[in-house]
Design a protein around this ligand. Structure first.
Ligand code: SAH
Length: 369
């Protein structure tokens, strides 16, 4: 049993079962043994690989997107470039290196902020971004309220989600407890508290017994903060993640270790836990605050319309022989029809009267590719 599982069992013994969100929060962020507190989970040696780690072209294109969005907004002199959950800092490094080449004026306008809770990853970010001036914060509320470009790749999927189960007596909340008979952690259903009865949207009113619904209140809180900032101060946010374009039923809580699926209730603190992002819920939160939402569109459509194929050919023509297959493979993977290209979605937020951001012109808002 991992030290974190012992701690969890103790919490459950003394205070009762815990919700799925509380479980995820402890498993990922316990200050001593939480998954993100103790390791760099990324890369081939780690548990999972993300787009910026697959290809530098991912960050280059987002860098160009940032520059163009800033130009279209009238080139404001002082802006914040904020990334949520920057991992190893690879995406931000690729964004900044690209921006430096194409627009020193843009680079001069930037103050770079990163939101990161993992001390191990902060260390890596510091190293890869050493030539830049960076400010780190733990929470978006600490970021000054100024015009901002706000980027998040595979951030929202790491935030703790709640789960609800339809029973013959209506919706119950899913909790985790200690199963005394088998001496392991297991799921149980507990009655809702009063204020929770408001969480079920119309889209899932047809839920059958056994259906699971996930709602991520923490994501919605962060989305609210992003939307208010964009509405009040301008520029844009770009959110990339795996998930569904429409609110729907279904369990998506998943554990991954060494690139393989794992039981989420074992090896607590040593496996990555995520859930799919509900883009419709995020879009609704953002729209309700008076912003414009673009997409979500597929990662494939976004990067294809911004020229990933041409960029790959240009780089490949200049690259050394050994690099070429890596470049080609990387781009192919990012836009694969039966893989990352369609599983991942891209959504942008702008002020109500903001221009349609680059990459979103072809698809009307909310249209699925
Ligand atoms: N964006 C990166 C890393 C994705 S992994 C990439 O694409 O490679 C998720 C990232 O979010 C990690 O950096 C993790 O430490 C961070 N993170 C997870 N939960 C967080 C939280 N509650 N607050 C801030 N950062 C968090």
């Amino acid at each position: 049993m991992t030290p974190l599982e012992s701690r969890l069992r103790h919490i459950i013994k003394t205070a009762g079962s815990i919700s799925v969100a509380k479980f995820m929060q402890i498993a990922l962020s316990d200050p001593e043994y939480g998954y993100y507190q103790t390791r760099d989970p990324l890369g081939v040696q780690g548990d999972f690989v993300t787009s910026p780690e697959i290809s530098q072209i991912f960050g280059e294109i987002i860098g160009l997107w940032c520059v163009v969005t800033w130009q279209n907004a009238g080139r404001p002199r002082n802006i914040i470039l904020l990334e949520l959950g920057p991992g190893r800092g690879t995406l931000m490094a690729d964004i900044l290196n690209t921006a430096k080449k194409v627009s020193p004026e843009f680079t001069n306008a930037l103050k770079v902020h990163l939101i990161e809770t993992s001390p191990v990853l902060k260390q890596q970010q510091r190293a890869i971004l050493k030539e830049y001036e960076i400010t780190w914060q733990n929470d978006i509320e600490q970021i000054p309220s100024e015009p901002a470009l706000i980027i998040a790749n595979e951030f929202f999927d790491a935030l703790p989600t709640e789960q609800y189960v339809m029973t013959k007596d209506g919706w119950y909340q899913r909790h985790i407890t200690v199963d005394q008979k088998h001496d392991n952690l297991s799921f149980i259903n507990v009655p809702l508290k009063k204020q929770e009865s408001s969480v079920f949207p119309n889209q899932i009113s047809n839920a059958k017994i056994g259906s699971i619904f996930e709602r991520n209140a923490i994501s919605e809180r962060i989305m609210r903060s992003i939307a208010e900032r964009i509405r009040d101060n301008g520029l844009a946010s770009l959110i990339i993640d795996y998930g569904h374009t429409q609110t729907q039923l279904g369990e998506t809580l998943q554990a991954v270790k060494s690139h393989k699926y794992h039981n989420p209730l074992t090896d607590i603190g040593e496996v990555d836990l995520t859930s799919h992002v509900d883009f419709e819920a995020l879009a609704a939160t953002s729209k309700s605050l008076g912003t414009k939402v673009h997409g979500p569109i597929t990662q494939r459509d976004f990067f294809t319309s911004l020229g990933i194929e041409q960029r790959t050919r240009t780089l490949a023509a200049k690259a050394e022989g050994g690099q070429v297959p890596l470049l080609l493979e990387g781009s192919k993977r990012l836009i694969a029809k039966n893989g990352m290209g369609t599983l991942f979605k891209v959504m942008a937020i702008t002020p109500k009267r903001g221009e349609t951001p680059a990459g979103f012109e072809l698809k009307p808002p909310g249209n699925e590719a």
